[in-house]
Design a protein around this ligand. Sequence first.
Ligand code: PLP
Length: 496
Amino acid sequence: MSRLDQSNTPYFDALRDYVNDGVVSFHTPGHKHGVGMHPLLRDFIGDNILKIDLTQVLGLDDLSQPEGPIKLAHELAAAAYGADHSYFLVNGSTAGNQAMLMTAVRPGDTVLLPRNSHKSALSALILSGARPVYLKPELDHELFVDHAVTPATVEKGLRDEPNAVAVFLTSPTYYGATADLAAIADIVHARGKLLLVDEAWGPHLHFHPALPQSATAAKADACVNSTHKLLGAMSQAAMLHVVGTRIDTGRLEATLRIFASTSPQLALLASLDVARMQMATEGETLLGRALALARDARARLNAIPGIYCMGPEQIGRPGVAGYDETRIVVHVRELGMTGYDADRILRERYKVQFDLADHFNLVGTITIGDTERSVDALVSAIAALAKGRSIGDGEQAELGVPVSRHRDAYSLPPIPVAVVTPREAFLSDYVEVPFIESAGRICVEVITPYPPGIPILCPGERITDETIDYLTRELRAGIHIQGPVDDSLRTVRVLP
Ligand SMILES: Cc1ncc(COP(=O)(O)O)c(C=O)c1O
């Protein structure tokens, strides 16, 4: 077997060998292979997970400075993903986004990113001290969904900001749309900038030809994958990949050391190692099955009156260069109920749980862990929901917010002027002032109404009359606001 044979699982093997060796442990963790753990938990979770809950002792390598089986597992992951370097992460894509930006930019450097980036991108801006310039994602006004940004938007962004050092994009989006990363990589690299991709929702893309092109195949300089979200790894287990030589890997590794616990959960590392082996050796077959299940689910859902499940017919619309068909986005507006209501009813009445609900949609995933039975449960529950709705079900009639109202929510006010960086605003002292009197002040909070989930104010931005009017109107309509300490927005935190 060659060193980079993809059927190898060097890290899982190291953990299993340690257990089988019968080592007497005088090291952490204190439960000593589960013996010291209360049976209430131990009996429920089982012995083996506790036997491999170990610390980084001889033979188990060091995630911060890998030289043994973790290093080999990283090399195997890089080979499988077509990357030059891969790194295992035990704090999700959140840590990956933070490490990518911390590596790529210096305090005050400009980075272009979509306004609807995941909150880990905002934390990465705070940590790195970067100056964000926001790109407008494409909004679908029919489905009330944000898609990816287009190459034209990136090109214009770089023309307007010639000193930007990096472009940070999300692809796929939560709703399954992918950006035209290959075209964007050409645009970004032609100007000597870095392309960083939050591919949290794309750990599977590289392993099936019917899925959209992966960020590594598109030659993004770095990307992160939440392996735990869609593949066989455990929660929090993620990877960061680097392609080419534009990223300073020495700095990246130093940054990862800052974020890494000195006691990472080794079972998470083993789960990444095995998930990579699984994709490399049988990914196409397993994903082919997941795709077939998802296509079947989509066709059956679209046959239910009042339901629309988005699919590949969206490809070619602005911000949808490709579409991940394993994502199941169920648009429930025609049922006259919100996604939040639908989510609650599906869970309470039919024991079906989606990953996310927004005002108009439910977002779920069909993965290599699904079966015909689970798909049947999904389709039957949605069919029952739709049927119950059409016969005027009392509980279902309790809607959160008048649905028609939310067309206006997509007429967003202009992005406010950033006066200081998110880092400066976040670390500064603040005062609390009445929100309706805050025009002209510099916000230190992020204020995001749902829908559409795009921040109206970010830390460091000047509050305007337009933003106050917009948010006041949305609050009156009963919209959810996320981010500020006072989410009723009677007060807001601003720079003194
Ligand atoms: C687009 C995006 N990026 C990053 C993350 C963070 O990923 P993780 O939960 O693995 O830290 C998420 C989580 O939902 C996400 O949706």
